[in-house]
Structures are given as structure tokens and as C-alpha cells.
Ligand binder design. Structure first.
Ligand code: SAM
Length: 267
């Protein structure tokens, strides 16, 4: 089974529908490993290992590795790197949370995520768990930026608030199309997330607040108070804004995650 890695993978053509842009730039695994900081005291889940560009580096760290890959054509390559029982085949987003492997050590999660479902995978970890110590992903630059910017930044959006309610987020380095085969049309960046340890009650409170926050960001250019008055008219929003010291003319992009939580957290 130990055929040369390069010969094996060159036969497999990238599928656009699965977001397959394979990494050919050593700086990417280097950065992910540095930020993830795995060692033998951690379990590491890699989402979308593909041809194993990052997997090989993860194995060298001595951590307990588990792989999640949708494309069975990668079976021979991945089983040459990792025991069969440490690989789950299928759509990560379709897996039943109760059937996920139970980590026996603190969990780290990483991956060069497919563009079409990267945001969903992040939301799933933050909203439903399990809650890893750290997540380090390569994503389209725009998503990594939105997920990590603070209030009043021009890219501050629903995703920024969503991420900030569940984790501390930071953007890493940016990589151009030449770092991948086939080359995507856009740049990619590393996103580092350190989730908060929240009680189930607190997590549910934040998920509920997101219903209001999402309604606001669908009309991000409008004043938040006026959108709320129209959409959820049974609540005295003007009084709430005044109590929390939020400017009545504020747009969604001017309201911080903490203020959103105070505004909607106890409804
Ligand atoms: N990690 C490899 C690399 O860096 O070269 C591959 C990255 S490629 C951008 C994304 C990988 O995610 C592919 O291997 C693809 O088959 C896999 N994938 C796509 N959708 C998936 C899903 N829903 N669940 C699990 N894996 C998925």
C-alpha cells in the first residue's frame, strides 16, 4: 500500500462540486500547524483532508487524528496515512452529532475547507458543538475577514457577530490562487477561532439573539431601531436602546456583539 504519494494523487481529478482546490504550498500546513499547536495530548479532527497535504504534517505531531472526508476516491491515499477506523466518510454537515467520535483528549479542529460549505461547518461547531479548544481553517479570504473584524469595520456583518458571540477570532496570512491546484479565482486566508466555554443555557440564549441580529443585517443600511420597531413591534425598542446607551440612529454595523447580546439576550 505504500506507493509513492504523488503518483497516487495525480490520478485523481479535482471535483469542482466538492470545492476541491488542493494545497501545493508548504506555508499553509506550516501556518495551520503553528496556530493549532497540536501534540500527543490532543485529539485533532481534520475536515476535508483530500490528498493529505495537511494530514501528513498532523500525524507527525503525535496527536490522535480523525479525518472526515466526503470523497471516497481518496480512500487509498488516506488509509495509507491513517488507520481505517480513524476516517469517517461522508458529508460532515450531514453527520449526526451523536455519532461523531467522542474525543478522549481536548479537541482541536482544522482543515482547508471547501468554499461552498466552510461557513456552515464553522457555524455548526460554534452553535452545536462539540466545542474544541481551537479551530484553525483555511477559507476564502472574504469569509475569514468577515468572521474576524470588530464593530464599525466596513466588513462587519452578521458573520462577524455570529462568530464573536461564540469565540475569539483572529485572521492569519493570506494566500493567492497559485497556492492551490486547480487555482481558485479568489484569495484564501487562515482563520483562528478559540471558542468560549458556554453553558447550554448561555449557548441557547445567544442562538436566540441571532434571530433578531440576522433580521437586522438583512437591512444593514437602515437604522436598527426603525427595523426593529417595524419587524418586532410588540417590544418597546426605544426604551431598550435608551437603557443600554445605544444611539437611536445606530445602524447594525455600529452595534457591538456585547450590545446585541444585552439588547436581545433576555427576550
Ligand atoms: N485538505 C486538502 C488540501 O489542503 O489539499 C483538500 C482541501 S479541498 C479545498 C476540500 C476538501 O474537502 C476536499 O478533499 C473535499 O473532497 C472535501 N469536502 C468537500 N465537501 C465536504 C463535506 N461536506 N464533508 C467532508 N469533506 C468535504
Amino acid at each position: 500500500m505504500n506507493r509513492p504519494f504523488r503518483n497516487n494523487c495525480n490520478f485523481i481529478k479535482a471535483k469542482k462540486s466538492l470545492g476541491q482546490n488542493f494545497c501545493i504550498d508548504e506555508r499553509i500546513p506550516n501556518e495551520i500547524i503553528k496556530e493549532l499547536a497540536p501534540d500527543k495530548d490532543f485529539c485533532v479532527w481534520e475536515i476535508g483532508p483530500g490528498k493529505g497535504a495537511l494530514t501528513k504534517r498532523l500525524i507527525e505531531t503525535g496527536a490522535d487524528i480523525h479525518l472526515f472526508e466526503i470523497d471516497k476516491r481518496m480512500e487509498e491515499i488516506l488509509e495509507s496515512l491513517c488507520p481505517k477506523e480513524n476516517i469517517t466518510w461522508g458529508d460532515f454537515l450531514e453527520l449526526d452529532i451523536n455519532e461523531l467520535p467522542v474525543p478522549t483528549k481536548p479537541l482541536l479542529v482544522c482543515g482547508n475547507l471547501p468554499y461552498y460549505c466552510g461557513t456552515h461547518i464553522i457555524k455548526q461547531f460554534l452553535e452545536k458543538g462539540p466545542t474544541p479548544t481551537r479551530l484553525v481553517f483555511l477559507l476564502q479570504h472574504e469569509v475569514a475577514l468577515k468572521a474576524s473584524v470588530p464593530v464599525n469595520h466596513k466588513e462587519y456583518s452578521y458573520l462577524s457577530v455570529h462568530t464573536a458571540l461564540f469565540a475569539k477570532a483572529r485572521i492569519g496570512n493570506k494566500y493567492g490562487p497559485a497556492s492551490f491546484v486547480p487555482q481558485p479565482k479568489i484569495d484564501s486566508s487562515v482563520l483562528i477561532l478559540e471558542p468560549f466555554q458556554l453553558s447550554e443555557e448561555e449557548r441557547q440564549k445567544r442562538i436566540k439573539a441571532l434571530i433578531f441580529i440576522s433580521a437586522l443585517f438583512t437591512q444593514r443600511r437602515k437604522m436598527a431601531l426603525s427595523t426593529l420597531k417595524k419587524t418586532f413591534s410588540e417590544i418597546n425598542w426605544a426604551e431598550r436602546f435608551a437603557k443600554l446607551g445605544i444611539d437611536e440612529k445606530a445602524r447594525p454595523e455600529n452595534i457591538s456583539p456585547e450590545q446585541f447580546l444585552e439588547l436581545f439576550g433576555n427576550l
